[in-house]
Design a protein around this ligand. Structure first.
Ligand code: NDP
Length: 313
């Protein structure tokens, strides 16, 4: 795509373009730039969310008037070349999404210890020594669950479904916040074992495979759904919810579709249920706070996210 892409009046013009490595090589746009970098990235709602929040910040703090957030579609094999270019071109902050969150650990030296534990980085901020990496997914999850379900991770019995990148951040946040027990289930043994190994010895943790769930799962659990099963209507359910009472709660990290099959069943059983939009918004707000060092209220981000997803108010 050219450096003068067409704009769309629906939202901030900086939110629409999808730039490439070629665009980055010749980047000479004025202002302070932030971006989400991933592959694919054209469906990301982060540019709309962040530009909406920046508009609000600028009204109170004029020094942010030239800040903009855009997106770059960079494939896995080009990321190692792109990262020094982002630095050279002065990109102040980057959000990393699939498939770059793990690879970046080998490409930067300065990583927040929490992100090291989570084994993934989703936020980079430019310092005079290069990029420093953070992970705001755990924060987003904890804050999203509290906002939507009124439940803290601390002292909760948690059943975590999945062992991929998102589940890993969730597991570390649950343990860090002081959950009472953490049951981790996954479809395949390999990834489950890697996650258990990364966690190390913790007597609160138990594990299982979806094909043989234990009979003693806590009936009032906070269930955190962190698999990609549910993105399509025909996807199978990772776990039967029959053994849970209506005092259990379900947080499904998927936000598009707005209601997954698992969420529908949870609602029918009378559980408190929420999708992952609040996590997405909160992790974004936390990234923006890291970059701007000013408190970010999520109202504008949420309105922009809902408009992008056509979810209404
Ligand atoms: P990964 O690819 O790292 O992990 C995918 C996980 O889903 C693995 O545990 C995998 O199991 C499991 N899985 C995939 N397909 C199935 C299936 N058909 N049945 C059962 N389990 C399955 O992805 P991420 O961890 O990055 O993302 C997981 C989900 O979380 C995605 O839907 C993503 O959109 C969402 N997410 C939401 C965020 C938010 O802000 N709301 C942030 C990050 C992610 P196995 O190991 O057996 O392959």
């Amino acid at each position: 795509m050219s450096l003068n892409p067409p704009t769309d009046s629906r939202s901030n013009p900086d939110s629409r373009p999808v730039y490439t490595l070629e665009d980055l090589r010749s980047w000479d746009k004025a202002g302070v730039w932030l971006a989400v970098v991933g592959y694919p990235v054209k469906h990301s709602i982060s540019p709309a969310m962040h530009n909406a929040a920046l508009q609000v910040i600028m009204q109170r703090f004029p020094e942010y008037a030239t800040w903009r957030y855009t997106r770059f579609e960079i494939p896995h094999e080009a990321f190692a070349e792109a990262l020094p270019l982002f630095r050279e071109k002065g990109f102040y902050g980057l959000n990393l999404t699939l498939p770059h969150k793990i690879q970046v650990l080998d490409l930067i030296q300065d990583i927040d210890p929490e992100a090291v534990s989570m084994g993934a980085v989703n936020t980079l901020v430019l310092t005079d020594r290069g990029y420093r990496g953070f992970n705001t997914d755990g924060w987003g999850l904890r804050t999203g669950i509290y906002t939507d379900l009124g439940q803290r991770l601390a002292d909760s019995d948690i059943v975590l479904l999945g062992a991929g990148g998102a589940a890993r951040a969730a597991a570390f946040q649950c343990l860090k916040d002081g959950c009472r027990s953490l049951w981790i289930g996954n479809r395949s043994q390999g990834r489950l074992d890697s996650l258990l190994q990364a966690i190390g010895n913790d007597e609160r943790v138990r594990s299982f495979l979806f094909k043989s769930p234990p009979e003693d799962l806590p009936e009032k659990a906070l269930i955190i759904q962190a698999t990609s099963s549910g993105l399509k209507p025909e996807d199978s359910l990772p776990l039967d919810l029959n053994s849970f009472s209506n005092e259990a709660a379900l947080y499904d990290m998927i936000y598009n579709p707005r209601v997954t099959r698992l969420m529908k069943i949870g609602m029918q059983r009378g559980m408190r249920v929420a999708n992952g939009l609040s996590m997405l918004i909160q992790q974004g707000a936390r990234s923006l706070e890291i970059w701007t060092q000013v408190p970010v209220t999520v109202t504008a981000m949420e309105a922009a996210a809902r408009a992008e997803l056509n979810m209404g108010g």
